[in-house]
Each structure stands twice: as structure tokens, then as C-alpha cells.
Design a binder for this molecule. Structure first.
Ligand SMILES: Cc1ncc(COP(=O)(O)O)c(C=O)c1O
Length: 306
């Protein structure tokens, strides 16, 4: 074929995770390749009621264009949740609704990375993030990581030696793929290094609420005294991934850049999905649903491993 593609397409490859979804049609197949919630845990009856209530109350608004920032009452609820779940004081101005946190990852590279810049990340890390970053032609500074998180002294060494590190990408809770959760000491030490070099951090936290036992640890964002952390949260694992409703929480100047990226990419997250997620939280207790789901996952895992 004589068509010339842009250089960036050379880095764009089929995601192995997405490709494996094709195998899911095989009866009895259980995929361990991605962090897919068990569909039997979706709260179908409640979702039906919330959907009907949205259509009754909002009518055509649910099917119309809406603001790029997202639906304000949902942004308010997320800001409150940022306090109860991640110990972050924020308001609606800090919250931008994303079409999945995957979109937040792509926009992060779009906003912070010029060709040849480095992204510092844990080793190993989430493959989907590398797919999202790839079109921006980054290089990687892979920072040694153990079961307590990224090694802060190794990060320090990397940042001291490599002035082209422009973004740090981490998953401190139930990391994908290792499942490890960073210790409190590591979180503190990491933020000290970050503050020293003043490099933006993408704190990807889709799994933080799915805790079987023990106390939740403070998010990096809650320790962020210099507004360097962009926290990415999602309803995918705590409610349903098909909604594609997620968010970032960051300083308003940073949120604005993501908003511009979103206007160019897809104008807004789907109006109906945002209204339905908001209505679900208005009518039902999302925390109760998460608690029940975590309990059921735990029981299923115990039965499965016996
Ligand atoms: C670490 C991590 N980040 C982000 C995502 C994307 O999630 P979302 O459905 O919110 O786009 C996933 C999905 O599995 C993930 O595992």
C-alpha cells in the first residue's frame, strides 16, 4: 500500500489485553489478562431503576451534548469521595470527568510528553498505559520496584541523571500487574523525591477501593503539597466498566489542560452514562455495593482455590 502513515503509528500496536477479549466467547473461558470485574456483580436491578429515573427526570437531556467538564452534581460527589476514599480535600473545580481512566493516561502523555522525553514508571507496570503513551513517542526510565513500591533512592538517581524525565506514572494500590500496594513509608519517601525535582505524577488508582482487609493507605495526592499529582480514579471496577465514566483530580490549571485535550478528543464523556452513575449514587449506597462485591469476590476466590 502506498499510503504514508504518521511516524507515531509505528508505535501503535494492538493491545494484547484487548486482543484476548476475543477469546472470551469460548464457553467457560476465564480471563486473567485484564482487571475485568465479574459481570455477575453488576447491580443490575439498581442500575435499571437508576436508568429509568434518569430518562423520566431528564428526558432528552440524557441524550444531548453536555459540558466538557462533566455533570456538576457528579463532580461534586466525586470531590466528596476524594475526601472519604483518598483523603484529598478537593472541590468540583479539581475534578474533570474522563471517558475511562484510560483516557486520562493518554491525555497525560499528550500534555506532558514531547517526542524523546522520558516517563518514569514502576517495573513492571500496566501494559494499557504503555499503549496510551506510545503515540507521543516517549522513552522510559524503568525504576526498580519491590513489594513495598517504587524504590525512592532509585527514582532519585534516575531523576538526577536524566533531565528528560517529564512525567512519573505509578499505581500505588493493588498495582497492575503485581497486585502490590505501596507502604506508607514508601509513599512519603516517593513524595519527597517528587517534590525535590517537581515532576508531575500520574497516580492511577482504579483498584484502591477493592480492599479485602486492612486499612486504606493515604493516596499520594493527599501528600501532594506542590500540586504535582494528577490522581486518576474510575467507576469501572467499583460499579461497571461499560459506563466509561472516570475522573482526574488535580490543580485547576492542570485540569484545564486535560479539558482542552478532552474537547479535541471526544468533546465530553457520555451524558447518559454520567447521569446514570450520578443517579445510582443518589438512589443507592455505592459504598454498600463495593463492600458486598469485595465480600463476594473474596468468597468466590476462597471456593475457587479450595
Ligand atoms: C491500572 C489500570 N489503569 C487504568 C485502567 C483503565 O480503566 P478504565 O476502565 O477506567 O479506563 C485499567 C484497566 O484495567 C488498569 O488496570
Amino acid at each position: 500500500m502506498s499510503i504514508q502513515f504518521a511516524n507515531r503509528t509505528e508505535q501503535m500496536k494492538a493491545s494484547e489485553i484487548r486482543e484476548s477479549y476475543k477469546l472470551m466467547d469460548i464457553p467457560g473461558m476465564i480471563s486473567l489478562s485484564s482487571g475485568s470485574p465479574d459481570p455477575s456483580l453488576y447491580p443490575m436491578d439498581q442500575v435499571k431503576q437508576a436508568t429509568m429515573a434518569v430518562l423520566d427526570q431528564y428526558g432528552t437531556t440524557a441524550l444531548s451534548y453536555s459540558a466538557t467538564d462533566g455533570y456538576d452534581p457528579l463532580r461534586e460527589k466525586i470531590a466528596q469521595r476524594m475526601w472519604t476514599k483518598a483523603q484529598v480535600r478537593s472541590s468540583m473545580e479539581n475534578i474533570l470527568i474522563m471517558s475511562g481512566s484510560q483516557q486520562a493516561l493518554e491525555f497525560s502523555a499528550k500534555i506532558f510528553i514531547n517526542e524523546g522525553d522520558y516517563i518514569a514508571c514502576e517495573t513492571p507496570s500496566y501494559m494499557g498505559a504503555f499503549n496510551a503513551f506510545a503515540p507521543y513517542l516517549p522513552k522510559y526510565a524503568s525504576v526498580p520496584t519491590d513489594e513495598f513500591g517504587m524504590l525512592p533512592e532509585e527514582l532519585d538517581k534516575n531523576l538526577a541523571e536524566n533531565k528528560k524525565v517529564k512525567m512519573i506514572y505509578v499505581i500505588p494500590n493493588f498495582q497492575n500487574p503485581t497486585g502490590h500496594t505501596w507502604s506508607l513509608e514508601r509513599r512519603k519517601a516517593f513524595m519527597e523525591v517528587v517534590n525535590k525535582y517537581e515532576i508531575p505524577v500520574i497516580e492511577d488508582d482504579p483498584y484502591g477501593e477493592l480492599r479485602y482487609e486492612g486499612e486504606a493507605l493515604p493516596s499520594l495526592k493527599s501528600m501532594d503539597t506542590k500540586n504535582l499529582v494528577i490522581y486518576a480514579g474510575s467507576f469501572s471496577k467499583i460499579l461497571a466498566p461499560g459506563y466509561r465514566v472516570a475522573w482526574i483530580c488535580a490543580a485547576p490549571e492542570i485540569v484545564e489542560k486535560y479539558m482542552f485535550a478532552k474537547q479535541g478528543a471526544d468533546l465530553q464523556a457520555p451524558s447518559s452514562a454520567q447521569l446514570e452513575v450520578d443517579m445510582f449514587m443518589e438512589m443507592f449506597d455505592l459504598d454498600e455495593h463495593v463492600k458486598k462485591s469485595v465480600l463476594l469476590i473474596n468468597i468466590k476466590e476462597m471456593l475457587c482455590c479450595k
